[in-house]
Design a protein around this ligand. Structure first.
Ligand code: ZN
Length: 290
């Protein structure tokens, strides 16, 4: 039962892992661009990016996002770029929305939007109703499509509430993240429950945190969904945590699994069509002089 082409969303860096945890975590704009090239070759079409300062701590600064997006687009020109508005470290709207203001040839097509507050194992991610609405408004006004992050069924209900109020508008691309301690655990029942609760016409990707990554990714592939994968969510190939992974290696493994399940890998333009993103137009700075 083939289910159409598979979109692979690569979550390369995140807020938490450092090169001390796994030397393959890319943290500088140059390392992220080089890693993106390998991941694109392995099948990734969306890049979910987080900025870091030189000391590897998380950053919200537009300047770093600009350099990072330009670097990734230079390494693999047509890929879909999704920036992070995470509330895990930064609390103010101004900080969290700074990456949405990056313009010209570094403007992102997508940005993450978490639909509620949650606990990670050692940290809370607080997303108050007013913050979610302001970030959603800002994305809509700037023509940036939200990557809707769902960690629990209630967050999906909240997304539907915002859809009814036209605060969220099509296209709807959902990341369903299971297996983080404090939110919905990674079981087939939970994934099926979320998928069956999605609004009509939505595209979804399955993501598993830590040792649940391959489990959730493989269910998503066979269920006809898409995947989010990468070192942001999981640092190892194995559940015993003995074999440190690389982003490209994780993606290559999923590409092999997808082909075995009779699903080809979507190119970035195919991913845009599947999700319903506007066709990408060259930014003015990228135009070839007449
Ligand atoms: Zn992220």
């Amino acid at each position: 039962m083939a289910s159409g082409k598979l979109i692979i969303n690569a979550a390369l860096t995140g807020m938490v892992p450092t090169t001390a945890d796994n030397p393959r975590v890319p943290v500088t704009p140059d390392a992220i661009a080089a890693d993106a090239r390998d991941c694109f070759a392995a099948g990734a079409s969306i890049f979910h990016l987080h900025a870091r300062e030189k000391d590897e701590t998380p950053s919200y600064r537009a300047e770093i996002y600009r350099e990072m997006v330009r670097g990734v687009r230079a390494a693999c020109p047509d890929v879909i770029i999704c920036v992070s508005t995470s509330g895990r470290t930064f609390k103010t709207f101004e900080q969290r929305s700074e990456c949405l203001g990056v313009d010209g040839d570094a403007k992102p097509e997508m940005a993450s939007l978490t639909l509620g507050s949650l606990n990670f194992p050692k940290q809370a991610s607080v997303n108050e109703p007013e913050m979610i609405r302001r970030l959603a408004d800002c994305m809509r006004e700037r023509g940036i499509v939200p990557e809707l992050e769902i960690f629990d069924l209630g967050m999906l209900d909240y997304a539907k509430h915002l859809i009814e109020r036209k605060i969220l508008r099509e296209p709807f691309y959902f990341n369903l993240l299971l297996g983080s301690l404090g939110t919905l655990s990674a079981t087939p029942f939970h994934l099926a429950m979320l998928v069956m609760s999605l609004p009509t016409g939505a595209t979804w990707a399955g993501a598993g945190i830590g040792r649940f990554q391959f489990f959730v990714n493989s269910m998503a592939i066979t269920m006809g969904g898409h995947v989010r994968v990468g070192l942001e969510d999981n640092l190892y190939y194995d559940t015993g945590k003995e074999r440190p992974a690389s982003n490209a290696g994780l993606i290559q493994r999923l590409s092999r699994l997808a082909r075995a399940a009779e699903r080809e890998i979507a190119t970035p333009d195919e991913a845009r069509r599947i999700i319903g993103l506007p066709a990408r137009q060259a930014a003015p700075e990228a135009a070839v002089p007449g």
